[in-house]
Design a protein around this ligand. Structure first.
Ligand SMILES: *[C@@H]1O[C@H](CO)[C@@H](O)[C@H](O)[C@H]1NC(C)=O
Ligand SMILES: *[C@@H]1O[C@H](CO)[C@@H](O)[C@H](O)[C@H]1NC(C)=O
Ligand SMILES: *[C@@H]1O[C@H](CO)[C@@H](O)[C@H](O)[C@H]1NC(C)=O
Length: 257
């Protein structure tokens, strides 16, 4: 009995030590050393043969959903998500060397008001707290080419170009389609929907994300729609028939009198 209690105690103490020890481990990465991180790919939109495509080419796409692109000098990097999930991106510099840029960018007003996140932490890597800082030191580290108070901010002299797949669904024909629209990225300032890659300019004049795409209920909606239409047609037909019969009866009666 006493042995069991001792063993139980040891297990509990062991767990407590492990827990506190784990919480103390924290790995930090920033622009300068993120490339040495084993899970680099989870944070960077990579520039390689699988992800790059010309802007001309993507503008022809008509049936893709839930994806996005960042473009620079008419070369686009596919992001495979439409939610700006990664904070860094690779593009070739003027000397054709692949260079890392901070993609996550804020309007200057957000920085003034402290309305930003510049450090992203996660424990999904073997339970160790990994924190990625997206602070900049130099303009050249930002995709927008403007670093202010350690944050990449939007720069009218070097606008970031983003493209989204704009989804549309024709309920009547039960046909879905999409096209690519390029423009300002999420959080950039806008006057109208056209200016944003998402075609969504919020009331507060900032571009929103384009998160629309096909859903599971799409076909279901269509069936309900066709079902109701047929029901209405049948009812109308019955009413017409009844009215017609009554009218003919009425006419016959009139003739008799
Ligand atoms: C990356 O650089 C930052 C700042 O210099 C440093 O605090 C951090 O420990 C470095 N990370 C690694 C894993 O070396
Ligand atoms: C892409 O593929 C070509 C050959 O098909 C190769 O020469 C080039 O280095 C590749 N580029 C990248 C970025 O992987
Ligand atoms: C602008 O509006 C969007 C959605 O309506 C909101 O998510 C965003 O935080 C707002 N931005 C500011 C600066 O208030």
């Amino acid at each position: 009995m006493i042995n069991k209690i001792i063993i139980l105690n040891i297990i509990i103490i062991d767990l407590l030590i492990k827990k506190t020890f784990q919480e103390r481990i924290e790995i930090n990465y920033n622009y300068n050393n993120i490339t040495s991180f084993q899970y680099y790919k989870d944070f960077v939109y990579l520039y390689n043969n699988d992800t790059i495509i010309s802007k001309e080419e993507i503008l022809k796409y008509t049936d893709i959903y839930y994806t996005g692109y960042y473009c620079k000098n008419n070369i686009c990097v596919q992001t495979n998500d439409n939610s700006y999930a990664r904070h860094f991106i690779e593009f070739p510099d003027n000397n054709e060397h692949i260079k890392l840029y901070i993609a996550t960018t804020y309007p200057y007003e957000y920085i003034k008001e402290g309305d930003y996140i510049n450090r992203h932490c996660s424990t999904r890597y073997e339970g160790i707290e990994c924190c990625i800082s997206i602070q900049c030191e130099y303009d050249s580290q930002c995709l927008s080419n403007k670093c202010m108070n350690n944050h990449c901010i939007f720069n009218d002299n070097n606008p970031i170009e983003h493209c989204d797949s704009i989804y549309s669904y024709n309920k009547f024909l039960d046909r879905r389609t999409s096209y690519i629209h390029c423009g300002k990225p999420y959080r950039d300032s806008c006057e109208n929907n056209e200016e944003c890659s998402s075609k969504k300019c919020a009331e507060n004049k900032t571009c929103l994300m384009q998160l629309d795409g096909p859903s599971d209920s799409e076909g279901f909606d269509m069936k309900v729609y066709v079902g109701s239409a047929m029901f209405v047609i049948i009812i109308i037909t019955i009413i017409c028939l009844v009215v017609k019969c009554r009218y003919e009866e009425f006419k016959k009666k009139q003739v008799r009198y």
